[in-house]
Ligand binder design. Structure first.
Ligand code: PLP
Length: 426
């Protein structure tokens, strides 16, 4: 064991390089983008019922490649995954005042997508090992007004989709999978995001693959695919003459992704497998190197599933360690480690939910007749997520960094140094 003096107490730093920011955009993307620019066709979408309603050649090609890669019947590009989530909630036929269950550990857009259709987010707690939505908490939160569940594949591992789908079937609910952080992860034999009625991925520049901004919706359902395409592209202008029952929620947006982004996306998709496996290699080295550090839990991966490590999630047993998370992070950062996350987020505790203030200043939609009951967003409704956020969860931003072998070794060394000097931190 390394008993060297901690950098916090003026010892030498374990990490002496700064981890490079990952950049997966290369010559291939530059060439693809240039060819589109030279063609003059930066977008070919038309908001009327003709072949170009579905976009130009790069949009169609990228969607075809995505459908093949993820193993689904339909892939539909959108200009962000936030747009994708909004389109998904509309497409499943949500009514104002319907309740949708969402985990409190997610990016805020998962929950606000529900509000955008005047429906009501209901927050479920998370599993303390996977950090994904807890099916037991989902069942507890089901009311006669519940219409859907949003599963979030947080940090790069799929939520427990088989259990969620059987709960959904029992209660006649739809499931939407927010797989923004986990493209390429496997849930048994299928790809994360493809087990729900609608799933999808973000193409924002923070994510595994990106086009700057963008998103991909996936579904095997013909009817849902059509609704998603309509909402993406000014539905109201093209529904005339269509089956009347499909008019519900046919308020369209402009959620279209351009030709340049899709041309870049085609190149990025080819790199996805390699990018994911490079992160898995680093994560596996870390897990091996950190094994045996008392009071530190490394990622737990569900049986027959894979993790793509958007974030490398850890948990501290602060009681056993007799020291706070902030003190440990302080010591690790002093060793030169960047990219640590102290906790994640509790979306239910954001001001929008605490004050129930969304549309206007009158607490709409919660204050209106469309809301069936007084929904509780108090601190305490998601005890596991709250405790993890406040004191025991620690993440490392894996996706952001490109780490060499010596850098991974130095990160492991930083942890070992801190752990072997833990008494001096108390
Ligand atoms: C990034 C992210 C989003 C939003 O995606 P954008 O493409 O940035 O709009 C939604 N949900 C989760 C879980 C995310 O990580």
């Amino acid at each position: 064991m390394c008993i060297e003096k901690l950098a916090l107490f003026d010892g030498p730093k374990a990490i002496t390089t700064s981890f490079k920011r990952y950049n997966s955009i290369g010559k291939e993307e530059a060439k693809a983008a240039r060819l589109v620019v030279e063609s003059g066709n930066l977008s070919k979408f038309l908001g009327s019922r003709e072949p170009d309603f579905f976009g130009g050649p790069k949009v169609k090609e990228f969607e075809k490649q995505c459908a093949k890669y993820f193993g689904v019947k339909h892939a539909i590009t959108v200009n962000s995954w936030t747009s994708g989530l909004i389109a998904a909630i509309g497409a499943i036929g949500i009514e104002p005042g319907d309740e949708v269950i969402v985990p409190t550990w997610t990016m805020c857009a998962t929950a606000t997508a529900i509000l955008h259709w005047n429906a009501i987010p209901v927050f479920a707690d998370i599993n303390s090992d996977s950090f994904c939505i807890d099916p037991i908490s989902v069942e507890k939160n089901i009311t006669p007004y519940t219409k859907a569940i949003m599963a979030v594949d947080i940090f790069g591992q799929s939520a427990d989709l088989n259990t969620l789908m059987s709960i959904a079937q029992k209660h006649n609910l739809k499931v939407i999978s927010d797989t923004a952080q986990a493209p390429g992860a496997f849930y048994k034999t299928k790809m994360a995001g493809t087990l729900a009625h609608i799933g999808g991925y973000s193409l924002n520049y923070h994510k595994h693959i990106h086009t700057g901004e963008g998103g991909i919706l996936v579904t095997d359902n013909e009817d849902l695919a059509e609704r998603l395409q309509l909402i993406r592209n000014h539905a109201e202008a093209v529904v005339d003459g269509k089956d009347i029952k499909k008019l519900k929620n046919m308020i369209g947006y402009n959620f279209r992704l351009g030709e340049i982004e899709c041309a870049i996306g085609i190149e990025q998709l080819k790199k996805l497998k390699g990018l994911v496996s490079s992160r898995q290699v680093v994560a596996n080295k870390l897990t091996e190197g950190l094994a045996g550090l008392s009071g530190l839990q490394t990622p737990k991966i569900n049986k027959d599933c894979s993790h793509v490590y958007y974030v490398y999630p850890m948990k501290l047993d602060t009681q056993k360690l007799g020291i706070s998370r902030s003190r440990i992070i302080e010591a690790l950062e002093a060793e030169g480690l960047v990219g640590l996350m102290a906790g994640y987020v509790n979306v239910h505790l954001l001001p929008i939910y605490q004050q129930k203030m969304a549309y206007g200043s009158n607490s709409f939609p919660w204050s209106s007749d469309i809301c069936h009951r007084d929904v509780n967003y108090s601190k305490g409704i998601c005890p596991i997520a709250e405790t993890l956020h406040e004191s025991t969860f620690m993440g490392f931003e894996m996706c952001l960094h490109q780490m060499s072998d010596p850098e991974v070794e130095s990160m492991i060394l930083a942890f070992k140094k801190v752990w072997s000097n833990i008494d001096s931190l108390r």
